[in-house]
Design a protein around this ligand. Structure first.
Ligand code: ZN
Length: 155
């Protein structure tokens, strides 16, 4: 499949998902023009705020391929990813991101993730999400154990 055909598949998934009362988002993960996994937004029907199309596609691809490293694969998303999905795309080490609708298009229909992008620019104390450091001296033990461990699976 060409990249346009792969994107049309992501778009078709997004349109079908609206008919199923899901959010208007779809994603496809592919390599060499072959689809390995797809995902749609399942936030409302699965009661999972992280079940965005891109995260769903990454989970499906990783499970199918039995790896957490999707290097060599590309993701086609019907919409520009939110910060969570963009982070997931980096963590999955996907080679390239294609998107169709922009985050501005999403904002125009009520899916405004620009505030999260704006939050990331702010200092911790200036963010809407209140946060504080707690028991760092106890939590650091896990990090020290990780550093000492010889047979760990690095990711
Ligand atoms: Zn997302």
């Amino acid at each position: 499949m060409t990249k346009e055909e792969l994107m049309r598949k992501a778009i078709a998934l997004s349109i079908e998902n609206v008919k199923r009362d899901g959010g208007p988002f779809g994603a496809v993960i592919a390599k060499d023009g072959e689809i390995v996994a797809t995902g749609v937004n399942r936030v409302t029907d699965s009661c999972d705020p992280t079940a965005h199309a891109e995260v769903s596609a990454i989970r499906a691809a990783a499970e199918k391929l039995k790896t957490f490293d999707l290097s060599g694969y590309e993701i086609y998303s019907s919409c520009e990813p939110c910060p969570m999905c963009l982070g997931a795309i980096y963590w999955a080490r996907l080679d390239k991101l294609y998107f169709a609708n922009t985050k501005t298009d999403a904002k125009d229909i009520g899916f405004d993730d620009s505030f999260i992008y704006e939050e990331l620019e702010l200092k911790l104390e200036d963010r809407a999400l209140k946060a504080e450091t707690l028991l760092r001296n106890e939590a650091i033990v896990a990090f020290e154990d990780w550093m000492k461990k010889d047979n760990k699976t690095e990711y």
